[in-house]
Write a protein that binds this ligand. Structure first.
Ligand code: SIN
Ligand code: FE
Length: 292
């Protein structure tokens, strides 16, 4: 199975045929990356100066627009430049939000808009500890942002002004990845204790599901033989293209590239066409435990 579904839409608005929407949602929920080779995001003339690695503060990899406060953090910019970057991020958020509501009528009204990011750093130049290194295959799970089982839908746009691609690798199906690592979580006594403690968690912000996903994220990244030996499929996303996937399900690694925009959405599994394909339902079937 190829992990990519190519969709030839060329605009952010306009009518989308029902067959296209059906194909898109089926592929998305199956764990594929939807790739839109002709859907580019326009950078305005006055915004090109913002496409510089220097706009990020310190060694931060992202500049974030917070949907609650509608302000950005993580940049060095002030005054007009900051206003311009925030306007760019807002415009991206609005274009993408309208597009996904249109593309996925089944999710319309249920996608919760989360952060918008600008990624000005060259991925190749980054030096991070393995846990933080997104050049290693992983599913997204964040210590500070538990989802409780909600899906993480991320839309990416390559806006590289020199025409460079952003290169990803996509790994095996979530079920296969989980089947490899879940038994290892139970083998050590520390992990057993952890599983037991998890079973007693009833409230708390970080659910059993979040704990499990964090373990899978870390164990997967730290296992160099898995990183070398498991299935890899390389994808090159050209400048002026768009792609999206459920990053809590799709094993992905970002290998190289510079200057991307990204919009995150959350979705309650109840609003999926087939909730049984969500990581939480898959893990609940595999462990026999209710995880959130
Ligand atoms: C990631 O989500 O792991 C990084 C993706 C990217 O920046 O291309
Ligand atoms: Fe990721």
């Amino acid at each position: 199975m190829t992990p990519i579904e190519t969709i030839n839409l060329g605009g952010w608005s306009g009518i989308i045929a029902a067959e296209t929407s059906d194909r898109a949602i089926e592929a998305l929920e199956c764990g594929k990356v939807l790739f839109f080779p002709h859907l580019g995001f326009d950078i305005h003339k006055g915004e090109y100066a913002l496409l510089s690695a220097d706009v990020a503060k310190g060694d931060r990899k992202n500049i974030t627009l917070d949907p609650e406060t509608d302000t950005s953090h993580g940049s060095n910019l002030e005054g007009d430049d900051r206003t311009r970057l925030e306007a760019l991020l807002r415009r991206y958020a609005e274009s993408v939000s309208a597009f996904v509501q249109n593309l996925f009528p089944a999710y319309a009204g249920h996608l919760q808009r989360a952060r918008t990011t600008f990624r000005p750093a060259e991925i190749l130049d980054r030096n991070y500890s393995p846990r933080k290194d997104d050049r290693l295959l992983h599913v997204d799970a964040f210590p500070s942002r538990p989802t409780g089982g909600r899906r993480i839908l991320r839309v990416f746009g390559n806006v590289n002004p020199a025409g460079r691609a952003r290169v990803w690798e996509v790994g095996e199906a979530f079920e296969d990845f989980a089947a490899t690592f879940l038994p290892r979580l139970h083998r050590t006594s520390a992990a057993k204790a952890w599983v037991l403690s998890v079973l007693r968690i009833t409230k708390g912000r970080r659910t059993a599901y979040d704990q499990l996903m964090l373990q899978l994220h870390d164990r997967g990244k730290l296992d160099s033989s898995y990183q070398r030996g498991s299935l890899h499929h390389q994808i090159s996303f050209p400048s002026q293209s768009t792609w999206m996937c459920f990053t809590d399900q799709v094993l992905h690694a970002a290998l190289s590239g510079q200057f991307a925009l990204e919009q995150t959405f959350h979705l309650n599994v109840a609003h999926m066409v087939d909730a049984g394909r969500s990581p939480i339902k898959v893990l609940e079937r595999m462990t026999g435990v209710t995880l959130a």
